[in-house]
Design a binder for this molecule. Structure first.
Ligand code: HEM
Length: 195
């Protein structure tokens, strides 16, 4: 495994490994299983902008950034105008929320999924209200192979004073119709210790 690297590499890498174990830039302050099987306990997290084996790690989760599936042109323009990037000095708190959706979700057609996502759940509208306080990056796992334990790795960074706002955001999303299709979710809270 390579030594600690910045969260956003200059190389344009899209594949990231989230390595839970004994070392890393982020200290795990809490791990809560929200839905389904918990992840093994890890004390630190290291984010590596490539695939790693992590033989000595408690777990390695891989995800790749991708094109958007649901966002409209207007939403995209608003997101681009409002959102700020990862790695802000004030963002000393982070959350890693790995999510798996059920077969029922993946058996829907794209237009059916979009209806539930955009029209019934409005997560983008909800999330927009938390910008620019919360910076985020969405990683997809499903197409990396059949053995990936999650479908999405969602990563968020924010200042300590926004912890309560983040709790409010996750509560709103978890109460939405989209979340009925979530079959596994872990909530991992972190604080930055270097970098
Ligand atoms: C700052 C707040 C947030 C904003 C602005 C935001 C925005 C977005 C956007 C624009 C997409 C759609 C991307 C596309 O078109 O494919 C998306 C997808 C997603 N978001 Fe968020 N989000 C936020 C917070 C969250 C949180 C807190 C969670 C988890 C608890 C979450 C979980 C997801 C998941 C799992 C997807 C993928 C859904 C799918 O493709 O089925 N988001 N988010």
């Amino acid at each position: 495994m390579k030594p600690d690297q910045p969260t956003t590499p200059a190389s344009g890498t899209r594949l990231y490994s989230f390595v839970g174990g004994n070392s890393g830039n982020w200290r795990v302050t809490r791990m809560d299983p929200i839905i389904g099987e918990p992840l093994p306990v890890a004390d630190f997290l290291q984010i590596v902008p490539e695939a790693v084996s992590g033989a000595s790690a408690a777990w390695v989760l891989r995800g790749i950034t991708s094109n958007e599936r649901y966002v409209t042109r207007d939403e995209k323009s608003e997101l681009v105008a409002k959102q700020e990037g990862l790695g802000r000095p004030a963002s000393r708190c982070a959350m890693l929320i790995p999510i798996k959706k059920s077969a029922a979700w993946w058996n829907l057609t794209q237009d059916e999924r979009r209806k539930i996502f955009e029209e019934q759940s409005s997560p983008i509208k909800i999330g927009m209200g938390f910008l620019p306080a919360i910076a985020r990056r969405l990683h997809h796992c499903r197409d990396l192979g059949p053995d990936e334990p999650f479908d999405f790795l969602t990563w968020f960074e924010f200042a300590p004073e926004n912890v309560a706002a983040f709790d409010d955001l996750t509560a709103q999303l978890r109460a939405s119709p989209e979340w009925k299709y979530v079959s596994r979710e872990c909530d991992i809270r972190l604080e930055r210790i270097s970098g």
